[in-house]
Ligand binder design. Structure first.
Ligand SMILES: Cc1ncc(COP(=O)(O)O)c(C=O)c1O
Length: 437
């Protein structure tokens, strides 16, 4: 078989040109292959679970555009809905019927949202939810957890400071200290850290943000006791709990993690799946909270393309297929089938003193290299695992299987993945594990 490195001449040339006109050659940093090395692959088309590169190679895809493509690429019903919508006009800058229908569907399925506001990305959803939480509480501070990602809004680009109950330091150039100083960063899985923060800052803390299941630094599944403590402490202090379901919403269950866990969130943020592969985000909460948003209330938030007919049509089509085809139950079956194929590989690696752990929630999975026990917090992820991941990634890529170009990113399963597909992918994983030891 021709290896990816020799076959990737077109991608390499496109990337060389892109680097001249785009920072790092990409529109989003992880795409540049910085942590695995090599040259990003350019894709020209995709169908189901398969993506075709500009170099003419086909790959089996576990990235799924980082989560939106729960039905697989170019699902016929989504494509048709977008085509029909586009033919009627791509944007009116005015309300449209599909926007109402998608809002009604989200409100029907979400255990948190009595009302929903559409935006164009998960980043906009979390930024807007934070503004709303600050307005509703009259407080400025917020808390996030180490390893959780909530988009690239300034208040979220903050890493842990030196003490447990102190605010953090910016993790990006260009974020003023005045902004990062309003964000506390706590470890996951640690009730004592929560208590310490709230003892000191409870009366000033507007919101705690947590991912439904933290899935941006591996898949850090939390203990129910910790989630209960988080809910109890925030409630005791009049702090709003914002569950960021940009990844998990409408993926792990119709109502996301907020349906599965007793989080009783005050606000929820969505993205990815609700846009069917187009640029859609949303945030929602109770009538009382959401009625604070303009034009009804004084919290300003707007968007030229928010609720645009294409994104709304794609999202509606995706949710319709999931509902009609028993999508969530089937995704769980596909997840179980994938796990069954990976587990013997983990045993083999453990026997070869090259341990790795599998974490899976429904159709999201993560392999953590360097330990046989899946971690619950960021600082428990073995840093050394990233070296092996790099070799593993390239061995898979050479074999025609695409996983995220970072050891800290999860994999996504979709509804088109068949038993045969999973057999073949597992065989490729077995080969790549052996090659990467
Ligand atoms: C949990 C979570 N929140 C927010 C975001 C930001 O979403 P977007 O990339 O659409 O701005 C992401 C993106 O991956 C995410 O995973």
């Amino acid at each position: 078989m021709e290896s990816a490195s020799t076959a990737a001449a077109t991608s390499a040339e496109l990337y060389r040109r892109a680097c001249a006109v785009m920072p790092g050659g990409v529109s989003s940093p992880v795409r540049a292959f910085g942590s695995v090395g090599g040259t990003p692959v350019y894709f020209q088309s995709a169908c189901g679970s398969r993506v075709r590169s500009e170099d003419g190679r086909e790959y089996f895809d576990f990235i799924g555009s980082w989560g939106p493509l729960i039905l697989g690429h170019a699902h016929p019903e989504v494509v048709q809905a977008v085509q029909l919508a586009a033919a009627r006009g791509t944007s009116f800058g005015a309300p449209c019927r599909d926007e109402l229908l998608l809002a009604e569907k989200i409100v029907e399925l979400s255990p948190v949202a009595d009302k929903v506001r559409f935006v164009n990305s998960g980043t906009e959803a979390t930024m807007s939810a934070l503004r709303l939480a600050r307005a509703a509480t009259g407080r400025d501070l917020m808390v996030k957890f180490d390893g959780c990602y909530h988009g690239h809004g300034d208040p979220f680009l903050v890493k842990a400071g030196s003490g447990l109950a102190t605010t953090g330091e910016s993790s990006s150039a260009g974020v003023p200290q005045a902004v990062s100083g309003q964000t506390g960063v706590l470890p996951l899985d640690d009730e004592a850290a929560l208590e310490a923060w709230f003892e000191q800052h409870g009366a000033d803390t507007a919101a705690v943000f947590v991912e439904g299941v933290p899935a941006n630094c591996g898949l850090l599944v939390q203990r129910p006791e910790w989630m209960a403590a988080l809910r109890r402490i925030t409630r005791e202090h009049g702090t709003l709990l914002v569950v960021d379901e940009v990844i998990t919403g409408f993926r792990l269950a119709p109502g996301g993690v907020c349906e599965l866990e007793d989080y009783a969130a005050d606000l929820v943020t969505y993205g990815k799946v609700i846009g069917g592969g187009l640029a859609v985000g949303a945030y929602g909460g109770s009538h009382a909270l959401m009625d604070r948003i303009s034009p009804q209330g004084g919290v300003y938030q707007a968007g030229t393309l928010s609720g645009n007919p294409l994104g709304m049509a794609a999202g509606l089509a995706a949710l319709r297929v999931l509902e009609d085809e028993d999508g969530w139950a089937r995704l769980e079956q596909i997840g179980q089938a994938w796990q069954q194929r990976l587990e013997p590989l983990l045993q083999r690696e453990a026997a070869a003193a090259a341990p790795l752990a599998l974490q899976r929630q429904g159709s999201i999975f993560w392999l953590c290299f360097g330990t046989s026990e899946a971690p619950r917090r960021f600082d428990a992820i073995p840093a050394a695992g990233a070296d092996r991941y790099q070799r593993f990634f390239h061995a898979l890529l050479d074999d025609g299987v695409l996983i995220a170009p970072s050891a800290y990113e999860v994999g996504f399963l979709n509804l088109t993945m068949s038993e045969d597909d999973l057999d073949q992918a597992a065989a490729a994983f077995a080969r790549a594990l052996e090659l990467s030891r």
